[in-house]
Design a binder for this molecule. Sequence first.
Ligand code: MTE
Ligand code: MOS
Length: 713
Amino acid sequence: MPLTGIDDRVVRVDAAAKARGEARYVCDYTFPDMLYAYMVRSSIPRGTIDSISIPKLPDGYYFISAADIPPEGKNELWMIQKDWRCFAEGDVRYVGETIGLLVGPDRNILKYLLDHVDIKYTEGIPAVSIDDGIACKGGAIVGEDNVLCQLYVEKGKPMSEVFAEADSIYEETLETGFQEHVHLETNAAIVTEEDGKYAIYASAQCPFYIRKSVAGLLGIPQEDIIIRQTTTGGAFGGKEHFPDVLCGPLLVAEHRIHKPIKLVFDREEDMLYSVKRHPSKVTYRTALDKDGNILGIEGLVYYNCGAYLSASYVVLQRGVFHANGVYDFPNTYVKGIGIATNTFPSDAFRGFGAPQTLFAIETHLDHIARKFGFDPAEYKARYFIKQGGETITNGHIVERVMLPEMMKQVVDASGYEEKIRKYPIGSGRGIGISFYNHGGAFTGNGEQAIIKAHARLVKTGGRVRIEVGSTEMGQGFQTALRKIAAVVLGIPIEDVDYDNPDTSLVCDSGPTAASRSTMIVGKIVERCAAEMKERWAEGDFSVEKEYEHPEGHPWDQSTFRGDAYLGYGWGCAAVEVEADKLTNEIHVTGIWSSHDIGHAIDELIVHGQVNGGIAQSIGYASMEKMENRNGYFRQSSMSDYVVPTSMEFPKQEWFLVENPYEWGPFGAKGMGELVFNGADAAYIDAVERALGITVHRIPMPPEDIEEALGNGQ
Ligand code: MTE
Ligand code: MOS
């Protein structure tokens, strides 16, 4: 049956195969004569390699390293820049840096050999924290000052004038920690050869990124490598650039050995030796008048980037562009600095830099409000940005902003006003509220100037196939996309096909990142489908279209001025908690949220994203503690790095407001990251009120709460 409209409920198209165990992940693929690979990694955070001694290898076993890169290739992965080496050579910069691969047919023998690799180092002194990096502990890792990237934005008057007029200045520093993606499926890839080309099967978000990144290792054209995305069991940003770190060494090994080679991380490897969310340290200095009105805010934002740049500059930009939250402050100056350290490179993670500054600004405003005796929600609402309001990048909010309506929904549903009276500060119970947004798609003119996405629809008989490089990773993209095409074409969703992308068959529709897939790629598919419908009688044909950028929204990437985002997702969340006074465990007793995502393509999928994103965000603020001591991550399993499960939190109550986005398919905007961006601050607001403490860093597991209460050792 054709669908009657986009609001029809459908069964997720990938649900049955995943539930039945029929979906094929990298792990499930085997090829004749397939070999396995294990990574030989640096066991120290910083130093020079004096010698590498490999045990005598049985026949059919290989050690692959930088020496195997052919003369026409270069030992570099091309992410955004080319600084991340495929194999460490000469020195190592973080624990877990790839030095080589051990490859062979028997995994037990490989593990035995791995245990007998002996690498001698001259150890350096590692810089681990942001402060270490700034102080150039052990000498600079990058340049002279460890600054990997930096930028600033300003709006209004110079801050020196604003501070001169202020009655008081409120200054504080807020910090966030590492966060591990914990995708259910660990990182994995297989490299083989097919018809004279290399073929890579990978658990990945961005097949075209891998192709671009690894081709230079062999000095071959990107087209000589085919990337086939396999069913991807969760990614959350952790499979945006990181698959390159597996696929690069595998490609070099394949070039030498010419047999299919499989590399699958176990959970411990995935936790200890993969990218994480950037830890941050954000200092705000806020100029206030005598009544507590904000005259201006100055921000200094540091992100711990780890040993290589990877996507850090872009992550930092997004952090800075979200540093004023959902507010229109009259004057502001925010500087962002990405610091190099000897930790595993930090990389994309749901929210892509925005969660750190959004947590900081929300919590900072809570503290100011409380100091002046205002209710934080009422205080923040005074500064809500409106349509036409000037953004932190001197652009304007293009769309209608429905924050007041969303706040009302959440306040009413949660009983916020009654609860703030009922639970006095320090009573052991508390409710907190936060506001947040997320700029959809690539920043500024990135979609138009860099990505230039294409999408194609192919009609064969009565069936239509969507050919795009965007991927399903659990967020429901496949269902959303097929639904968009089916509704426009007026055919049953079962008659629309979409396969996990194969770069030799589909268009490059850009990375599956920045919550852009439904919003940007979905729109191109909608346009293709509209043309296909008109020409339906023509028989078999295909329609391909390119992204079109709306006119009149300037952006200058050299000064970061202009309309950074045309469509933001907006959110408001309230979290209620009860503290166990004996153990300091915090029980979440209520979660309410309202989101503006334009129009939902599929409400059930949106519901799943809201539930998951909010749980992941509260986990980030509470239990998800990943410590790095002297360069070594301390948490290596799911029993010591604890993520929330369905047992932790109560059923969430959630709302959507209707605010169709002019340039999105059926009015839809990006939403996959938005739902992560704010519940952490609402949770901390609730914890602060329940316990009468002031929090300056997340996560806050019970032991840290103990310390904040002054009971710590
Ligand atoms: N949801 C699930 N279940 N699994 C994921 O890996 N990734 C998130 C988010 N939601 C993710 C997820 C991230 S990091 C992004 S960028 C968006 O989904 C991508 O959404 P899109 O399809 O709109 O681009
Ligand atoms: Mo998402 S962090 O942009 O992959």
